[in-house]
Design a protein around this ligand. Structure first.
Ligand SMILES: Nc1ncnc2c1ncn2[C@@H]1O[C@H](COP(=O)(O)OP(=O)(O)O)[C@@H](O)[C@H]1O
Ligand SMILES: N[C@@H](CCC(=O)OP(=O)(O)O)C(=O)O
Length: 370
């Protein structure tokens, strides 16, 4: 049995038109029935609420809308979207469940575990969960912001084996093929390095959110959480069934870690993307070779803004990301205590959360021992 998360972009569900393309939902249902008959489990992360809302309210689908308006479209469109899933999946004997999430739901460990329980219980009962961001209530601070990243978080949440991101293009190209005709499709991406980030520069179609950039972010997070990722075209015939049968379609990103445990996946899920703690050689060695916590003395530089309790990224002097973990101190405080001995923390800050900046138990080491 394989557990899949399938992410469906707006571009797929509208088939490049200005409306949700009903025949695509039929096609989807047909493939999911086959997947389930082969004993697989599937969770959908579905975009399309905003498109459905625009369709219902007769808004110009090409006009970029501001956030409050998008929230209105999503509020109207989400029920319409689910109605289509209900109607069409029902014809195929598929039961669906809706779960609307925000980043906040995944940040709080109790809610995270609760969401996981609900989703896995749905799967155990043969129900197909359909997830979207809770756009109507989500403010900037609590949004994931795009469904590519949301699908990676969901894949980690339910410990999926594979995340299949379906979009309107065959996979990741060496450049955006819409602007560069010489662009070539990448079949496999073993590591997501600067070269790969540079390829995904463009922002995508006017209907979608984030373009390839957010898909690479999703692939980065999912593969680190032990989930392999495929980016492929949603209109490719039988794409879901064929990927499930092991056929190589689109761009494949192998998992870079074997399944980390549930707590480690939760730690990774909450990473503050722009956080950067640079540590010296001794500290890097302590983390990688000796399994120690990170102390203030080894910190050379602190970039980005983050709060106590958030997951930060830890780099060595060569710029290699070596670990992620929950920080005990917020960024502004860390800048004051970087390089200091542990007994100096209290006098400098006026308080003390202990000597460990990132405790070993709250850390996922990404670099391997040499
Ligand atoms: N290197 C690249 N390879 C493939 N597509 C790219 C690349 N860079 C940018 N893109 C754009 O990303 C688009 C897909 O993203 P998006 O429109 O957000 O779709 P979705 O609605 O499926 O999330 C493609 O249609 C393409 O124009
Ligand atoms: N939550 C939004 C979709 C956000 C999103 O990431 O869109 P897309 O890039 O088309 O997957 C909606 O339902 O319209």
């Amino acid at each position: 049995m394989t557990r899949f998360v399938v992410k469906l972009g707006t571009s797929v569900l509208t088939a490049g038109t200005d409306r949700l393309h009903r025949p695509y939902f039929v096609e989807l249902a047909r493939q999911i029935v086959r997947l389930k008959a082969d004993g697989h489990e599937v969770v959908l992360v579905s975009s399309g609420a905003i498109a459905a809302g625009k369709e219902r309210l007769g808004a110009d689908p090409r006009r970029r809308s501001n956030i409050p308006l998008k929230q209105v479209f999503a509020a109207v469109g989400q029920s319409r979207l689910m109605h289509i899933y209900e109607q069409i999946f029902d014809l195929y004997g598929l039961q669906v469940a809706q779960a609307l999430l925000t980043r906040d739901d995944l940040r709080d460990r109790r809610r995270y575990l609760n969401a996981r329980n609900t989703l896995t219980l749905c799967l155990a009962q043969g129900i197909v969960p359909i997830i979207n961001e809770n756009d109507a209530v989500a403010t900037a601070e609590i949004r994931v912001g795009d469904n590519d990243n949301l699908s990676a978080l969901v894949a980690g949440l339910i410990d999926a084996d594979l995340l299949l991101i379906l979009t309107d293009i065959a996979g990741l190209y060496s450049a955006d093929p819409r602007t560069d005709p010489t662009a070539e499709l990448l079949r496999e991406v073993p590591v997501i390095d600067e070269r790969i980030w540079a390829m995904a520069g463009g922002s995508g179609t006017h209907r979608g959110t984030g373009g390839m950039q957010t898909k690479i972010q999703a692939a980065d997070l999912a593969t680190r959480s032990g989930v392999a990722v495929v980016i492929a075209a949603g209109h490719e015939p039988d794409v879901i069934v064929r990927v499930a049968n092991g056929e190589r379609i689109g761009t494949y990103f192998p998992a870079t870690t074997s399944h980390p445990d549930a707590r480690q996946r939760w730690i990774l899920a909450e990473t503050v993307r722009h956080s950067r703690i640079v540590i010296d050689e001794g500290a890097a060695m302590a983390l990688i070779q000796y399994g120690k916590s990170l102390l203030a003395a080894g910190i050379r530089e602190v970039n980005g803004e983050f709060d106590r309790g958030q997951t930060v990224r830890i780099f060595d002097l060569a710029g290699r990301e070596i670990a992620r973990g929950l920080t005990q101190y917020r960024s502004s405080d860390l800048r004051l205590i970087a390089g200091l001995r542990s007994h100096q923390i209290g006098p400098v800050l006026g308080y003390d959360y202990g000597p460990e900046i990132v405790h070993r138990d709250d850390m996922v080491v990404l670099a391997t021992k040499e």
